[in-house]
Design a protein around this ligand. Sequence first.
Ligand code: DQA
Length: 152
Amino acid sequence: MKTKPVFVLNGPTLNLLGKREPHIYGRVTLKDIEKMVKARAKELSLGIDFRQSAREGELIEWILEARDKASGIIINAAAYSHTSIAILDALKAAELPVIEVHLSNIYKREAFRHHSHVSAAADGVIVGFGALGYVMAVDAMAALCASRSETQ
Ligand code: DQA
């Protein structure tokens, strides 16, 4: 049986990476991150389905699609991390390994970024490492999926 891909889901305004507040988010584009993620995943024999949306409902539909079609979810819900109980509920309902990523160190920034609803559904959280955080998440997801399949 072919292994299901890992969904890498990106929230609002991450499509503008490279141009958006480069002093915070760097010059790397989302396309660059997608390439880095896919290159690392290939080395680990993982498939990747990489998506971005500004719409909360679309992100939720993708999370619920992942329930059947993915082996895990890596998510940077961007600003929705701090506001969306609906995304939290969807992630819990997906019953999959979940890794939360933020490019910036949200704990060094404004107080309203210090709490993420997504974290309550995440197996692990990677913050502050820029684009590298996504690659770290792929490594961590490979380990999570391997330990899941050992116990199933
Ligand atoms: C972000 C941090 C969020 O607070 C912010 O709203 C984003 C990006 C990050 O990757 O650092 O859009 O998720």
